[in-house]
Design a protein around this ligand. Structure first.
Ligand code: PLP
Length: 414
């Protein structure tokens, strides 16, 4: 541990949030300073703030192939997800109250859908494959004449599984052209870039803080003509779709971050893929009774995303030890970290509950280097070995664990 003193820490939790890029901070600063006025006011200073929001809206729209008027700025990805589900359902009462979503969505979608069900909506939650991906045909089969919304995430935040949203949207629309298709692209937007027409979606969620922008800025793309009722009422901002005085610095930072992401995408993705491949190949070789979760084919996996389960050790205990050794990582989504329940994503994939408690997630980003990967590969095996040595439980994995473990033998450790 002492050898670590003074060493830079390794941040391997980019799916939780990203550092704000200095160029983004630079772009935001004037709007904390001399351009602080309320963009809805009439005087010239306020109009400068209004202009900045208009330009940001154009930039966010251009980044995803949308029109400026199709972008609703919100405070977060969670708010955008809530607005998509609640707003479409509220506006579609004449046509039906049925919603379809999947068992691996972020809680911003899943909990909202479940609340809507308690409030009288009908809900179908479709399952996923063992790698966390959603079968488009299964989603389409759940669509009924009264289905008003289908919500399927683009990339899973815990296991990096990428969904074929274009196929899902096409099949859903073929079955019911009136069903709106929403995708949560919070995790994918920075790495993959998203184009709403290529994806064929009617609504799409973004958030700035996962793409080197600030917290406090999100957006919901709403295709022109999609029924949507506001869920926050008041001053009528965002063309009456979301009230609240605009967070000008955060919106400007969001647009700046998206522009930067587009410029850097090819280099960032190549870099993250290389580090990701090293971890996915090496972790099972170095840590006995470890299994990589999510797609093994990197083409089906979010760049930079590495997730695993480790048998007979609590993920949380490993994270604390990694933290002491200078590595910041997570056991699933940041929101479920700290909860005693195993991840709903792993459970939906079929991972046995006890094994799911040993889940780890490492998400790499721009700031990482091979040195961060080396450090994790050096630190993790002895941490796991130490914890297993302390544990009184038997370490023969039960048969239910075996399909999930890449390294099913303790002999590796010897
Ligand atoms: C897939 C997904 N959707 C939604 C959210 C929520 O976004 P925000 O933190 O901006 O509310 C997250 C954040 O972890 C996420 O990973």
């Amino acid at each position: 541990m002492c050898a670590m003193a003074g060493r830079k820490r390794s941040y391997l939790d980019h799916a939780a949030t990203t550092p704000v890029d200095p160029a983004v901070v630079e772009a935001m600063l004037p709007y904390f300073g001399e351009r602080w006025h309320n963009p809805s006011s009439i005087y010239v200073e306020a109009q400068l703030a209004r202009q900045a929001i208009d330009e940001s809206r154009e930039a966010v729209a251009a980044a995803i192939g949308a029109l400026a008027e199709e972008i609703v700025f919100t405070s977060s990805g969670s708010e955008s997800d809530n607005l998509a589900l609640r707003g479409v359902l509220a506006a579609s009462a004449q046509r039906g109250r049925h919603i379809v979503t999947t068992a691996v969505e972020h809680h911003a979608v899943l909990d909202t859908a479940e609340q809507l069900e308690r409030d009288g909506a009908e809900l179908t939650i479709v399952g996923v494959e063992h790698d966390g991906r959603v079968d488009p045909a299964v989603v389409a089969a759940a669509v009924r004449p009264d289905t008003v919304l289908v919500s399927v995430m683009h990339a899973n935040n815990e296991v990096g599984a990428l969904n074929d949203i274009a196929a899902i949207a096409a099949q859903v629309h073929a079955r019911n052209p009136h069903t709106a298709v929403h995708t949560d692209a919070v995790q994918s937007a920075t790495h993959l870039g998203v184009d709403v027409h290529a994806l064929g979606v009617d609504l799409l969620t973004l958030t700035a803080h996962k793409l080197y922008g600030p917290r406090g800025a999100g957006a919901l793309y709403v295709r022109a003509g999609t029924p949507l009722l506001p869920q926050i009422l008041g001053g009528g901002q965002e063309e009456r779709r979301r009230a609240g005085t605009e967070n000008t610095p955060a919106i400007v930072g969001f647009a700046a971050a998206l522009r930067l992401a587009a410029k850097r995408r090819a280099a960032d993705v190549a870099h993250e893929r290389a580090l990701q491949a090293r971890l996915i190949n090496e972790l099972p070789r170095r840590v006995p009774l470890l299994g990589i979760t999510g797609p093994r084919d990197l083409g089906l996996r979010l760049p930079g995303s590495v997730s695993a389960v480790v048998a007979f050790v609590e993920g949380e205990s490993i994270l604390l030890a990694l933290d002491l050794a200078g590595i910041a990582a997570s056991s699933g989504s940041a929101c479920t970290t700290g909860s005693v329940e195993p991840s709903h994503v792993l459970v939906a994939m079929g991972v046995p509950g006890e094994l799911a408690r040993g889940s780890l997630r490492f998400t790499l980003g721009r700031v990482n280097t091979d040195a961060d990967v080396d450090r994790l590969l050096e630190v993790l095996p002895p941490v796991v070995a130490r914890m297993r040595a302390l544990s009184p439980v038997a370490v023969e994995p039960p048969p239910g664990y075996l399909p999930w473990l890449d390294a099913p033998s303790l002999a590796l450790a010897r």
